[in-house]
Design a protein around this ligand. Sequence first.
Ligand SMILES: [Zn+2]
Ligand SMILES: [Zn+2]
Length: 343
Amino acid sequence: MATIYKCPTCGGNMLYDAELGQLKCEQCSLEMPVQDYETTDAKEENNAYTEDGRRQYRCPSCGATLMTDTYTAATSCAYCGSPNVIEEQVDRDFKPDIVLPFQVERKEAVEKLNKWCRGGILTPSDFLKDDVVKAKLNGIYVPFWVYDIMTDSSIAAHCERVSVTTSGNKETTKRYKYHVKRSGKAAFARIPRDASKRMDNKKMDMLEPFQIDKAKEFSGAYLSGFSAERYSETKDEVYSRASGIARQYAIDELRNTISGYDSVNVTSEHVDMNCVKTDYALYPVWHYEYKYNNKLYEFMMNGQTGKVVGKPPVSIGKVFLVAATCFVTVFSLAASLVAFALG
Ligand SMILES: [Zn+2]
Ligand SMILES: [Zn+2]
């Protein structure tokens, strides 16, 4: 079932507005908090079916057939542009517990993209062209698992203190050896790891930190006007990526309490872990893909903080141009210095 959030006043499309933090009608600008929206105003089409892992829907607005892949949870109609939310992908087993709504709106994302590659001084000329950015900049809600993990850990270490005493010409070195043990419990709250096969794990990790305190209880209305994916990796499959972090923090915490020795050699580490809670969440990411010289450049932006991860393409022609300009500047500077000395 595909849903379009319609304006109760004029029937236009209600989109989630990142700047306002609520729904806004594309046509008459009516604003409304997400929780006030009555789903009876939504327009729905009930004939979804699956074929070869791909899904077919009818757009509730124009009736066109939409093809999406297995994981798409929200998209815009390729024909009329209406913001479709695909209910089965955010319902029952796939219903997110929480959503982190976009806070960086599209215009601001474009500005940040510009700033990030220094106004495009070295990038290909159409890299930041309005229509290219507009067509390719995509706001995606990426699926994440958020874990609360308790640890009970212990470490043991061989430590040494060295004292050197001098009497006359004679130097005496004494080594004192200690067997040191530490143990402790810790709680690690809200460790997020992405649950999307499509997204690069490293890049997603680099987008952190997200502001989990801004999380809202899930409603499909937050997705209106954005793309969204449902999870393609289960919480068990992703767990080791979160527990690895908790484990390392727990060990580091204990290790940091051993001090006052000249050497510390950790001989054993043991961590018992217990995952006490897992939430399924949708996180906001601006995504931009650009193909240049047959290479795909991908950049991602944290949709709450504007933090950017990626590498912009560099235009060789522009590098030469900048280098040449620098050379001319230095050369003319040298020339004027000579002229000054002569004058
Ligand atoms: Zn309206
Ligand atoms: Zn349509």
